[in-house]
Design a protein. Sequence first.
Length: 300
Amino acid sequence: MFSFRKKMTQLLPSQTALPGRSTPMQVPAKHFVNGNSLKPPFPEGLQRAVFGMGCFWGAERLFWKTPGVYSTAVGYAGGETKNPTYEEVCSGLTNHAEVVLDNVRVPRDHLIGPQGHGFVLSQVRLGPGRLHHATRWLAEAERAFDMMCERAQSRSSFGKSYTRHQMVLEYIADSRIELETAKLLTLRAAWKFDRDGNRAARTDIAMCKVYNAQVVHNVVDRALQVHGSLGYSGDMPLESMYRMARMASLVDGANEVHKVTIAKSELKRYAPVEGWPSEHIPTRLAAARERFAHMLEAAA
């Protein structure tokens, strides 16, 4: 439907071009970071300096095994898991991890851009990254919507089906309206990104990031409400989806920051006026009488 991912392939090295990377990755049967094959053991007792955090995808074991680099994952119940497995990360036993750099040296020929331009490179990634988030949230919201509708068709209270309770019907209607609105907003942002690039689509991406974060939270919240205590329990995915949905307004820039971006972009299209506002009715009426005075005289 759209191809905004191609922008990244034009700006960043190939996923298999190891000598040009300073980020970790996995290829079959081997782990690499900074272009080097990695072997255990993991370093112990390092003076930790938190560099960043992120989930770990596609590896049976976390692969921060170059000297001075390791990771921890913080559990939801507190504490840390050193070098958690991929299954532990995805099962919810651990949360996002801290990537710790301690006296790490990166060869000059391994840089993926000019020195000091890391922030610029991160912003190039964040544009399409936010669009990916917004798209994924829609899929999750649709899943919650399906669960809500199935539950409404299957349950009854006060002697009648949930589908005959006006409040439940409102939940369903509001959710569908928000979902379809968010789809169109996301499609427009992706189309503009493909046509004009990341900078031109900045405001559109910010809008769909903010709005889709609200939509996924709203839909999951309604679905959980319709399920009652079952939805709040671990027997349904809604409980973990609700935690994720609450996170949506925080990641890749808090919604408040994006709203500032949107508002500033809109204000550029306007200029201050002296005296009465431009839509002041008495002023406009006087201007109209002056403009059409000849017609008024002819009509008299």
